[in-house]
Design a binder for this molecule. Sequence first.
Ligand code: SF4
Ligand code: SF4
Ligand code: SF4
Length: 543
Amino acid sequence: MKQDNPINKDEMANQADVSRRLFIKMAGLGGFGVLAGVAGCDGRPSGGDGWMPAQYEGRGHFPVQVRGRVPIDPLNPSICRDDQKCILCGQCAEVCDKYEAVHDHYELPLVDDIPCVHCGQCTLWCPTGAITETSGIKQMLEALDPKSGKHVLVQTAPSTRVGLGEEFGMDVGTNVEGLQVAALRALGAKTVFDTNFAADMTIYEEAFELVQRLTGKIEAPIPMFTSCCPAWVKFSEYFYPELRPNLSTAKSPMGMVAPLFKTFYAEKQNIDPKTIFSVAIMPCTAKKFEAARPEMNAAGRHHNDPDMRDTDLVLTTRELAQLIKMKGLDLHQFKATEYAKEREYDRVMSEYSGGGAIFGCTGGVMEAAARTAYHFVTGAGKDEIPELLYNFEPIRGLKGIKSAKLDVPGVGELRVAVATGLANAKELMGRVKKNLDERKVNPDVELLFHFIEVMACPGGCISGGGQPKSSLPPSDIVRTARSNALYTIDERLTLRLSHENAELLALYKAYLPEGPNGHEAHEFLHIHDGEYRDRSGNLVAKR
Ligand code: SF4
Ligand code: SF4
Ligand code: SF4
């Protein structure tokens, strides 16, 4: 893959247009294999002028088994392809179709769009490394250069710490939390915060919103869907726009905490917010898309600066590993005693609970939110919260769709469901929509679920599209080892409830005094009316 993109923005847009037209024209021919040819990393139609990668254009060069591949928009912010490495094996199309229900789940022709939800699962399945994340390494190196005058502030997601070590020969699922922090400092980051803190914040807001919906304190429908997975959000914008009011308005952890770096933290530390270069280390390629969504500029709105983005750059776990190796560093070296201080996160926005830690596992958001929602409804302290919620077994594990029931005094029976992989989400949504339709005819029909968690990646973020490729194809052994590492963190912590995070409560007191979903929280931490889009006009969903 080319790291440096020599094409300027206007040229890119122009070529993207050409490629889209080419794609839609080719797609009109209707052949699965014909979809094979759209654009690689450099924004050109693949192979230059034709739809086939250049290496297959000559007579007799056609590979024996052509199974097509996913089309990739030249301006896709998350993934790109090096056509020279593509063997037309069809793995990317297979995972996109079978696991994510995107490729081949819409009719042709398309309207000005090449549907993709940016999950990056195709990068994990591509056997030749032809599909990768779009690289942010050059941008990161520029920001880290002392001459840039940037204050590079980094946040690290829950799942990266149980993936990064695999790139340095460590056992699958090794927790390298401190080593990752020390490596980031050695690279030149001035501040390193833990996204786990932000995961607690998302739980705090989302659980509060759920309770408000359940008790009728806000006018918003039930079931409520989680909204922290940008691939799921975009999938629902394509295929279920009518259910957008059911999506929680709570932003993802990255989306919530990023504007607070350029407001709360900048004010506290007396840093010019314009100099902060906010970087998110994520297991996820879809976060590159999320960071670029127009509404992710709450700090810019606050400072009246339309050019200010909440998150300036997202790097995947794989990109961080690449950066560490490029600089001649090795994660192992940071185990030395001399790095003890460098292994610690910066304080004020890094404390986390076990609830925040398990955010990266399928079912983890639901488990953490259920603990806090139970507290909000009943006022229960940590010893009064049911034991089940500290090990919510029915919604743990890698099964595609899981469900559970829970009695919550004052609310009644709370029915919850968890889907992992968007094909499973599609199946679950079919059941939910049928139930809602039946209730329109007969309101006495019982509501199937009150709260639904969806994560696009099989197993959740621990198996995100930006995580190390430790097995090909991705395996449940790897997913289970990484998940277990996060559950172990939760079990070993005394603090297991998001709403008891002392740094979080201090931040609310100082900066968000009206509490969850209050005026200030709404400004920084929530999606506003109209910001979830209806993308269904761009495609016709296959039934
Ligand atoms: S998985 Fe990779 S090699 Fe196979 S068709 Fe897709 S891009 Fe090409
Ligand atoms: S990123 Fe996800 S949705 Fe996009 S092509 Fe790859 S598998 Fe499909
Ligand atoms: S499940 Fe996690 S890693 Fe995968 S797309 Fe969603 S947020 Fe990203």
